[in-house]
Ligand binder design. Sequence first.
Ligand code: PEP
Ligand code: MN
Length: 340
Amino acid sequence: MIVNMKPDATAEQIEHVIDRIKELGFQPHVIRGAERTVIGAVGSGGQRSALEALQVAPGVDALIPISQPFKLVGRELKREPTVVNVGGVKIGGGDWVVCAGPCSVESREQILEVARGIKKAGATLLRGGAYKPRTSPYDFQGLGVEALELLAEARKETGLPIVTEVMSTEDADIVAEYADMLQVGARNMQNFPLLRRLAKVNRPILLKRGPSATVKEWLLAAEYLLTGGNPNVVLCERGIKGFDPDLRNTFDLAAIALAKELSHLPVVADPSHGTGRRSVIPAMSRAAIACGADGLMIEVHPCPERALSDGPQSLDLPAFAKLMAELDRPARPRAVAVRA
Ligand code: PEP
Ligand code: MN
């Protein structure tokens, strides 16, 4: 339920409503807008009919039921876009950002070379996997803490905040100690114990969409983070399972537009995993931005043929610089002018 306070509601009236919501067994989520305060009463098991009586409480303008199953991530409760601050880089709210780096951190030389190169090309966030979710147990699993230290060194030199994946609840503290943003990988989107744990971590979260998750399931996964206490969540579309062997996944541009429509959370796009194909990444990057994405996540490796993971979808530094230079190019202008 959304409690819309009147524009001139006093602090006491707002406090009273918050107290009543708690007494009735719901959690209050207060959004103080420029014009008025809105309070979401969220939860199950509370006394709903008693909540409805708040209609006549002093300072209350109206009560509006929340129709979507995702209460806190939806636009019904919070219309204005959320801006998530990642080590000083703001994601959401109009502009777009680029996060780039290798699939896996492999060595000091590799991560430093990539960090310098992507910074020069205009990226403002560095990514790199330390703990890797690999389909086969025989594939490279990541350097763990050593990789976190190398990422921290790259941040120190370049000033780029770092984004890296956390795969399990046991690693949450150590990853949070080093990283500016914690990535929840696609395979872990519905790892509910992990989501509950990350809701209590004082770091923004990048929540990837599961390979076969609907947009609603993705938003409900984000709801776990918000309702558990972490409002700093960025959604990431990274493609869903498709049938075409020439594309690793189906990059779901409509899901970017839909997630932006349904949620106030920023949405970034990962066309590297979304397509698995280097040649189409620049076009899909421009398309994602045209669809409203608040940023891109792109895999870059100094020598993709030597990469220990995801080489075929990684751009080398010159290709990444070219992509960055082309990103500002508007959608293809029509060759024949349209008469008014
Ligand atoms: C990654 O970002 O390298 C990764 C493993 O991504 P995803 O979880 O989307 O597969
Ligand atoms: Mn990867």
